[in-house]
Design a protein around this ligand. Sequence first.
Ligand code: FAD
Ligand code: 2HG
Ligand code: ZN
Length: 471
Amino acid sequence: MTADLMGRLRQVVGPAGVIDDPGEMAGYASDWRNAYSGTPAAVVRPGGTEEVAAVVALCAEAGVAMVPQGGNTGLCGGAVPDHSGRQVVLSLTRMRRIRDLDLGNQTITVEAGAVLQSVQAAAAAAGWLFPLSLGAEGSCTIGGNLATNAGGTGVLRYGTMRDLTLGLEVVLPNGRIWHGLRGLRKDNTGYDLKQLFIGAEGTLGVITAAVLKLFPGVQSRAAAWVALPGPQAAVDLIGVLRELAGDRLTGFEIMSRQSVEFVLRHSTGARDPFGDRHPWYALVELGDTLPAAGLDGVLESSLGEAFERGVVVDAVVASSPAQAAALWALREGISEAQNHEGPSLKHDVSVPVSRIPAFLERTDRALGQVVPGIRIVAYGHVGDGNLHYNLSKPDGSDDDEFRARAGDLARVIYDSTSAFDGSISAEHGLGQSKRGIIADYKDSHELELMRGLKQLIDPQGLMNPGKLLPG
Ligand code: FAD
Ligand code: 2HG
Ligand code: ZN
């Protein structure tokens, strides 16, 4: 990058808005897990939409590639630059304003760099709910949530970011601003362009703000930790809960025993809710907008019915919010706990909910044939058909030997996912990690259309190159 461009960028965002010291850039050069790293030419931190537009226009004119970055918590290397030393990281973290709260329209308008938790808090302070919820919510940003179409634990009831968004403001790769910040629930005036930018992982433009839907605040909750004989029981239990608790089912996560064991081993204060070991567990949550909805009773009777039908082996209903939080900590602690067991090979797949049991049976067996003794850490948002099918090395084996098998193991999982009509990425995206293999699993016409759209919107190929689309 030339000194001239650097000077012009400083004029736009102020001297403090451009970082080029390698030490100071380190935090932007690798991801949360240190799984991906690169060498930025500079990190630019605009303070508003006009500044983003000016920065993008300058980079476009100079032919410099840009990597949009939010909280840098993504799990597929999407927000990390390459090693060329020529890509600029465009960090949105200074743009964190809540621009508007329109309670009549039940919407909140926020800037892309706002941390998810702060948006949840702003909604809650007004007595409303912004329901996106995920383990990284204290660091991830709305821009990153949109660019990855984030999911998390509330999807079952409220949907993904695609469902939660009414309008977007986006700086296009030529520096023009698309003013699509509409708060409309109905708008049939042609293609729904916002959906192009949601899930595009920063390859089509820089999202600068969004209009998001709000929901009535949840006034009462009930949670239970449930022991299950196997994954089929999890699918059956969702059916029972839908039948008996209807829309009040707000969370349904499953965890294999292996997953829970890692948390019990590595998370301070974690405690097994049962004396006995069980092969699978579910964390069930009911929620209601009424303060005295009698949810403990609904949950207890639903689980009682499931027990009668042979679906559930054992269950504990949380007797206080603190106990419910401890149950959620067992679930949310898995990702971190697995890091203590050597390399964690992550696969974030989805198959139709009804096919999860057969999928797991076939894939578990195939993985054991490739690496005998492999520890399968399967858990996740089973109500959405989304499993985190993560792998740890056999106890006591070598890290590098296990890493060397990563490609073979991924193939086993993705081939099986494909055989069950699933997706190789349910929520984390393709980024760098799956870009090389997506062509083997996605329809070629679909990929051709995606390339055409990329060419139309970003003809110079400067928006997050080397991500999402196959090379
Ligand atoms: P980043 O990591 O900074 O970026 C992610 C992608 O978005 C990159 O491609 C980047 O270029 C692009 N991007 C970022 N900001 C913008 C912008 N303003 N405009 C255009 N493109 C942009 N994900 C889930 O979906 N569900 C989960 O349950 C979940 N749980 C997690 C738990 C943990 C402990 C961790 C570490 C991660 C988890 N994630 C989960 C993954 C991650 O938190 C999400 O993908 C999140 O949405 C990323 O937000 P971010 O601001 O950190 O984005
Ligand atoms: C979760 O649901 C996240 O906990 C992270 O999506 C999953 O670390 C993972 O693989
Ligand atoms: Zn997840």
